[in-house]
Every structure is written in C-alpha cells, then in structure tokens.
Design a protein around this ligand. Structure first.
Ligand SMILES: CC(C)(COP(=O)(O)OP(=O)(O)OC[C@H]1O[C@@H](n2cnc3c(N)ncnc32)[C@H](O)[C@@H]1OP(=O)(O)O)[C@@H](O)C(=O)NCCC(=O)NCCS
Length: 183
C-alpha cells in the first residue's frame, strides 16, 4: 500500500474531523513526539526509553518500505493536521502463521476517550479482513482497563494471561493475551 493513502474519516466526540490514513515522511516529527510523549507519561506500553530523531528516521523508513511491499499495515489518525494516533497490523511473511495479524495502537494523551481508538480498531479489523487474515492477536498490561475495554468492544476476547510479565513502578503486572478469530 502507498504512503499517505486516505482510508476514512469520522468525527470524534468533540466534533473534530479525524482522518485515518497511511503514514508519510512528513509525519516524522509528529510520530517522534507521539512515541516520546507515551514514554514520558509512562503509558502501559513496553517501551521505556525515549527515541532519538535518528532512530525514528530509521523506524519510519522501515515502516514506509514494509507498507509499500504490503508486508505490514500502518495507519495514523490525524486531527487538525497533526498525527495523534498510530496503529499497525504485523504479519509474518512466511511460515505457519501467515494468516495471523498482530495489532498495536496508541493515541496521544489529550486525544483519548473521544472515540478515536475504537474507530481505529474497527478499521484495523476491517483492513485485516481485506488482507485475508483469519486470526488477530494483541496483548495488554492487565492494568490497562481502557485498552482491554476497547479491544473487547471490537470483538477481541481474553484468551490468556502471563503472570507478572511486566515490572513497573515497583509492581509486577500480568500480561493479558487477546484474540479475535475473524469470520
Ligand atoms: C488504549 C487506547 C488506544 C484507547 O483509545 P481511545 O481513543 O482512548 O479509546 P476510545 O475513546 O475509543 O474508547 C475508550 C473507552 O474506554 C473506556 N474507558 C476509559 N477509561 C477506562 C478505564 N479506566 N476502565 C475501563 N474503561 C475505560 C471509555 O469509557 C471508552 O469506552 P466507551 O466508548 O464504551 O464509553 C488509548 O487509551 C491509548 O493509546 N492509551 C495509551 C497507549 C496504550 O495503552 N496503548 C495500548 C497498549 S496495549
């Protein structure tokens, strides 16, 4: 799929237009700010170290190249010309799991709880169907009740739990494994 491909748009609960599209080079600084803001707020994600601009350039060039080759699907959410959300569907190129997509999503603080994550997840599921995927998986910190709620809303069920997978702020946190078997 090409960079900067329009997927769809909708209004968030504050009435602003949200555009879902594939990423482009010009998103670099927004994406860098987004990942580093998540690290800074100590969000329930696995990354704990901030990303340098050079690392982000490497990452985005890999993203755009894999997107063009249809190896992976990436989608951003744009509000008022700024990227406020990022998501992906990863699939192994060969082996016994090519029908499986692994999903990831993050919305910037200040743009949560207004429906963007749910709409992005719905769109990712539709996109996965269009890609011919049969099984979707993802995982979340057990403490991330908001994420688990959103995933359940779009058809994911909890299928497993890895006890004490994460150690954050002096506390062990279980990992919740979720799956969505597509029709
Ligand atoms: C998880 C995340 C993607 C959800 O996106 P979002 O745009 O905030 O989601 P929405 O606004 O569509 O929906 C949020 C839902 O969670 C609910 N919610 C909010 N806080 C909650 C909580 N503490 N417990 C349970 N539900 C909660 C809201 O009521 C809403 O549900 P509703 O629409 O049924 O009322 C977003 O919060 C995020 O990016 N968080 C930081 C990074 C992260 O955790 N990524 C996921 C890693 S697995």
């Amino acid at each position: 799929m090409k960079a900067e491909k329009f997927i769809r748009s909708f209004s968030d609960r504050d009435g602003r237009e949200v555009v879902l599209r594939t990423p482009k080079w010009d998103d670099l600084d927004d994406l860098l700010q987004l990942i580093n803001s998540l690290v800074e707020e100590r969000a329930d994600i696995t990354r704990t170290k901030k990303v340098s601009r050079e690392e982000e350039i490497d990452w985005l060039s890999r993203v755009l190249s894999r997107l063009e080759k249809d190896e992976t699907f990436y989608m951003v959410a744009e509000v008022g010309g700024k990227v406020v959300g990022v998501s992906e569907i990863n699939r192994r190129p060969s082996g016994y799991e090519t029908h499986v997509g692994v999903l990831g999503i993050a919305i910037r603080n200040g743009f949560r709880n207004i429906g963007i994550g749910t709409e992005m997840m719905k769109t990712l599921v539709e996109q996965a169907q269009a890609m011919g995927l049969k099984v979707l998986t993802l995982s979340a910190f057990a403490t991330n009740e908001c994420a688990i709620h959103v995933y359940e809303k779009v058809g994911f069920v909890q299928t497993g739990r890895v006890p004490e997978k994460f150690f954050k702020d002096g506390m062990y946190i279980d990992e919740i494994i979720m799956a969505n078997v597509l029709e």
